[in-house]
Write a protein that binds this ligand. Structure first.
Ligand code: F6P
Length: 322
């Protein structure tokens, strides 16, 4: 069946590069003479029919903008079959034969559900958590990591001056990739991630080793999925003579202008998503491995678990406690 009218939406937590990706989807669709509509507020907007016609001009100068011009949401209603039916009937009513959904695994589960009602769906991974198993990279991760690194570098200045211990909580929901990456890039004393938790003794041992190596300030990076940063600070306080300061980086990590990596990856992924639809493919997730861009079946992609690589765990062990 020929593709005539595509809807594009962003859903879940926003990520730098979402706008660049919307722009690319719109421009690729227009290039092929396909109509394109933006759906506002993710799946919620598809249920309520909150759509806006887009063209080349409506996405001018958004490649460098953080956030998402389409807004985003986490729709409870869409999680029910009732909500999915409503969204499918919006597609039918508006003549949207295909939906390109930009977001994380929750977004893709929504797309998977919608595809059961005969709507073509393509997912584009965008989440600062970088926790989608079938792709090496999710849009937004690099920009978010650099934002966190900049903040931690600043924290280090004051921690060094006061000879303090800093416990910094980094986002990532249940995943520790952002914390791991940021911890490596900032030379943290210890990095706590849910995939390879350190017990209390191991954490204190890292600090002790650093002290024996002559350090008088300590940077502890904690993935939010590990637990509360204040509790971890208390553990350190109880076991040492340190009085740690806690910083939760929070949503600041999701904002800001996407960097070059995110802009270019978003542009390539958006392009590929439209091309896949035009090739008659549906129920696919766009993904990237070793610099190349490809696609995978959505059911298979969602079933793929993401583990931390042995190399990453080994490097973390070698680079901390110093
Ligand atoms: O999934 C992206 C993310 O930023 C997670 O890292 C974090 O746990 C969550 O979203 C926060 O969600 P909210 O914006 O609803 O507070």
């Amino acid at each position: 069946m020929a593709i005539r009218r595509i809807g594009v939406l962003t859903s879940g937590g926003d990520a730098p590069g979402m706008n660049a990706c919307v722009r690319s989807v719109v421009r690729t669709a227009m290039y092929h003479g396909v109509e394109i509509y933006g759906i506002r507020r993710g799946w919620h907007g598809l249920i309520s029919g909150d759509v806006v016609r887009l063209d080349e001009k409506s996405v001018t100068r958004i490649i460098n903008k953080g956030g998402t011009i389409l807004y985003t949401a986490r729709s409870k209603e869409f999680m029910s079959e009732e909500g999915q039916k409503k969204a499918a009937s919006t597609c039918k009513f508006l003549g949207l034969d295909s939906i390109i959904a930009i977001g994380g695994d929750g977004t893709f589960r929504g797309a998977q559900a919608l595809s059961k009602f005969g709507v073509n769906v393509i997912g584009i991974p965008a989440t600062i958590d970088n926790d989608i198993g079938c792709t090496n990279y999710c849009l937004g991760f690099d920009t978010a990591a650099n934002t966190a690194i900049e903040c931690i570098d600043k924290l280090r200045d004051t921690m060094q001056s006061h000879e303090r211990c800093s416990v910094v909580e980094v986002m990532g929901r249940h995943a520790g990739y952002l914390a791991m990456y940021v911890g490596l890039a900032t030379g943290a004393t210890a990095v706590l991630v849910p995939e390879h938790p350190l017990n209390e003794d191991e954490l204190i041992e890292k600090i002790r080793k650093a002290r024996l190596n002559g350090f008088t300030h300590y940077m502890i990076v904690v993935a939010e999925g590990v637990g509360n940063a204040s509790d971890i600070a208390q553990v350190i306080k109880d076991a040492t003579d340190l009085d740690p300061r806690v910083t939760v980086l929070g949503h600041i990590q999701r904002g800001g202008s996407p960097n070059a990596r995110d802009r270019v990856a978003a542009t390539k992924m958006g392009y590929l998503a439209v091309e896949l639809l035009l090739q008659g493919k549906t129920n696919r997730i766009v993904c990237t491995h070793d610099g190349g861009f490809t696609d995978v079946d959505m059911d298979e992609g969602l079933a793929t678990k993401k583990g931390m690589q042995n190399m990453e765990v080994a490097v973390l062990a070698a680079m901390t406690g110093l």
